[in-house]
Design a protein around this ligand. Structure first.
Ligand code: ATP
Length: 448
């Protein structure tokens, strides 16, 4: 064994909610998950850049969603629609008229707030002297082409969903799917949020993972229930503890302009329960609106029964960036190993930036080439880090801190027995595995 005895983990109390946020934000910056955007210029209005580890983890979150929503089903297909979009889409969908938040100004300190999030007093100075709320449209407006005129107005999409509705007929024709079936999309959306806040929880540029599931109108209730359960189970399957998740049904007064029923999957963030994902019954609102505005028929014709109808839509709409933050918060832990404190991200192996770290015990001339061979082999099945600096104990701590589930150490015995030590992040237990069997071991342990 490479690090005998001293490396066994013992539990320690998990940080309190108030510290947790700060520790996770610091970790994200220090280890290259998330940087404030344009930091060298003092940052830019709550925008963020995803660093070398953040880009891996965000991709893993999106892949885990795609795997569950598209790959492991035969009733959902994918789409990647344009971000830059025609005003006609947003006029028909109702976003130009209705996609607004109620904006209030504090007359005392002149801060601006979303009226529905603050009660009747300014969170900054406590004054109750607020202006009447006025509707503020959240869409980013720009111009396509060199002329800035009404004729060249374009919008950055505020949700990915409309791409699925305007391509409904294209997808139906090209895939020969019939209801119930879904169209899934992952990508950037933009909202000119009045108060971006809480790190990447609410930003103006963010990523969504949305699926529009088209069903016969009379089946919409049962499919709504089905997707509530499926989506709740997805977060559980990726390691979020049950006590930190809940489903909350919207009151009629909270419903969006297109929805007859909505429930949110909520996570217990350090500041309280807040939304990870909304599951909405959008009825036939969007297809009818686009059919009326475009003059195209957006309906399903069932050749077997001769029936023609406009499908109703159940939409599970999640945030990739917001969900990544919840996974980080849920995974952060501290314990003691060999009497020394460590911080550890107990991420599900599929979400961890690296699944495996390959670590030569020393920079020895014979160990490094063998370690590189091991690395190249494991890289075929998993994302790997390779680290030759510092003591092995230090390197384990660095991998624990970013959530790497397995460390593979190549030591001097490896030159003789063609085996390596595989160390588990959570238990810190070490087992000897033959190099020939390493890829299979890695696949069994991290691709579950
Ligand atoms: P909120 O009430 O928090 O503004 P919403 O109900 O308007 O959100 P939806 O339109 O249902 O959000 O969007 C679906 C998902 O997209 C949300 O559950 C969230 O995960 C993500 N999302 C929405 N707005 C943002 C944002 N500004 N920043 C990060 N993620 C977002």
């Amino acid at each position: 064994m490479t690090d005998p005895g001293t490396d066994l983990a013992t539990p320690r109390s998990t940080p309190q909610a108030s510290d947790l946020m700060e520790r996770v934000v610091n970790l994200c910056k220090r280890r290259g998950f998330i940087f404030p955007s344009a930091e060298i210029y003092g940052g830019f209005r709550s925008t963020y850049d995803y660093g070398p580890l953040g880009v891996l983890m965000l991709r893993n979150v999106k892949d885990a969603w795609w795997r569950a929503m598209v790959q492991q089903r035969d009733d959902v297909v994918g789409l990647d629609a344009a971000i830059l979009s025609s005003p006609r889409i947003w006029e028909a969908s109702g976003h130009l008229a209705n996609f607004t938040d109620p904006l209030v100004d504090c007359r005392s300190c002149h801060e601006r707030w979303r009226a529905d999030k603050i009660g009747d007093a300014c969170p900054n100075c406590g004054s109750t002297d607020l202006t009447e709320p006025r509707a503020f449209n959240l869409m980013f407006k720009t111009y396509a082409g060199p002329l800035e005129s009404d004729a060249t107005v374009a919008y950055l999409r505020p949700e990915t969903a409309q791409g699925m509705f305007v391509n409904f007929a294209n997808v139906l024709q090209t895939t020969r799917k019939k209801p119930p079936f879904g169209i899934a999309q992952v990508g950037k959306s933009f909202r000119n949020e009045i108060t971006p806040q809480n790190f990447v929880f609410r930003t103006r540029e963010f990523e969504q993972m949305e699926m529009e599931y088209f069903v016969a109108p009379e089946q919409s209730g049962q499919w709504f229930e089905y997707w509530l359960h499926e989506r709740f189970a997805w977060y559980r399957s990726l390691g979020i503890p049950e006590e930190k998740l809940r489903l909350r049904h919207h009151d009629p007064s909270e419903l969006s302009h297109y929805s007859t029923a909505t429930a949110d999957v909520e996570y217990l963030f350090p500041w309280g329960w807040d939304e990870l994902e909304g599951i909405a019954n959008r009825t036939d609102y969007d297809l009818r609106a686009h059919a009326a505005a475009s003059g195209e028929r957006l309906e399903y014709f069932d050749q077997a029964t001769g029936e023609r109808y406009v499908p109703h839509v159940i939409e599970p709409a999640a945030g990739a960036t917001r969900t990544m933050m919840a996974f980080l918060l849920a995974a952060y832990d501290e314990d003691e190993v060999g009497g020394e404190r460590r911080s550890v991200l107990r991420l599900h192996p599929r979400l961890a930036p690296y699944q495996v770290a390959v670590l030569p015990l020393s920079k020895n001339d014979a160990l490094v080439p063998l370690s590189r061979q091991v690395l190249q082999m494991v890289q075929q099945v998993a994302m790997c880090d390779f680290d030759v600096t510092q003591s092995i104990g230090r390197r384990y701590r660095r991998q624990d801190e970013v959530g790497t589930p397995l460390c593979v150490t190549v030591d001097f015995d490896s030159l003789e027995d063609h085996a390596v030590t595989v160390r588990d992040r959570d238990t810190t237990e070490q087992v000897r595995v033959a190099i020939d069997e390493l890829s299979a071991t890695v696949m069994a342990r991290v691709l579950r």
